[in-house]
Design a protein around this ligand. Structure first.
Ligand SMILES: [Zn+2]
Ligand SMILES: [Zn+2]
Length: 293
């Protein structure tokens, strides 16, 4: 639900909601065969109670930034699952960073000393990789670290976190607002000895779990050690945790729209029906999809 103030200004939706701005994993892709699910890499916008959280800054953050830039001044928090390129490469094209009236806080929980979030972003924006340095940002930018496992708060939203099984580390998030919850679990690799207990605990009875579904079970043996999971493992984790809706996410660039339609059919047959929230029990995320449980 959107609220209109007396000045006619649109405020954030009140209930917990996630919008997908990038659903692709590993590298962005373009072409007619990706038109429906989208080619942008990971970026989510979660809103509730007048606050906005952004998760990851894949290429999907660029169109999000263009939309947000029209609503300056902005106060924005960006939480990273981790800092692999497909999750940070859009940051330097995020329009709100180029406006002195804005304030942007960046958060990460996976880094080990001597790495810090500021050093990682600064290294990314350095010769010979990038033409301009961090100083190009005009917004007030704050870098904050936490440890995966800590609980964070933002407005009335509570965020529990957990370490994921991914090369160089990654953080899984659970956002609770009122009695609704959305979990963001990417990038992570299952260990093959049953659903990951830390993820099951984090996602227990959540309304929505967005899960690293880079591969199918049949493809997975070829990609062992790359740090990713399968949509079928997503079903097993969601079932073990009593999750309402599984959102299949981080699609491999080799999976075009026709392939993803097949995954959607199989997933709907494996997890049929609707969750108590009214959302389907399994969905394949696509650019522009919004879920409000
Ligand atoms: Zn990724
Ligand atoms: Zn990664």
């Amino acid at each position: 639900m959107w609220t209109l103030t007396r000045q006619g200004k649109v405020l954030l939706a009140k209930g917990l909601k996630v919008r997908f701005w990038g659903v692709r994993g590993s590298i962005s892709c373009s072409g007619a065969e990706y038109a429906r699910y989208g080619g942008h890499t990971s970026c989510l916008e979660v809103t509730a109670g007048g606050r906005r959280l952004i998760f990851d800054a894949g290429t999907g953050i660029r169109p999000l930034g263009l939309e947000l830039a029209r609503r300056t001044p902005l106060d924005i928090d960006i939480y990273f699952t981790h800092t692999h390129l497909d999750h940070i490469t859009g940051l330097t094209f995020f329009a709100p960073l180029f406006d002195a009236r804005n304030s942007v806080r960046l958060w990460a929980g996976h880094l080990e000393q001597p790495n810090t979030l500021k050093s990682v972003v600064s290294n990314l924006m350095q010769a010979p990789l990038y033409p301009v340095s961090l100083d190009v940002f005009q917004a007030r930018v704050d870098f904050s670290e936490f440890k995966s496992g800590q609980t964070l708060t933002c407005g009335d939203m509570t965020m529990r976190t957990a370490a994921l099984n991914h090369p160089n580390g990654a953080t899984g998030y659970r956002v609770d607002f009122g009695n609704k919850s959305i979990c963001y679990i990417t990038d992570t690799e299952h260990r093959g000895d049953g659903p990951d207990k830390a993820i099951v605990e984090l996602c227990r009875d959540a309304d929505v779990m967005i899960y690293d579904s880079s591969y199918t079970d049949a493809e997975y043996p070829r990609y062992r050690g790359w740090g990713h999971s399968t949509w079928q493992e997503g079903v097993r984790v969601a079932d073990a945790a009593g999750v309402g809706t599984l959102a299949i996410f981080h699609h491999d660039p080799s999976h075009d729209d026709a392939f993803m339609d097949g995954v959607a059919r199989e997933a709907a047959a494996t997890r049929p029906g609707s969750a108590p929230s009214g959302l389907p029990r399994a969905v394949v995320a696509h650019e522009g999809l919004t879920l409000s449980p």
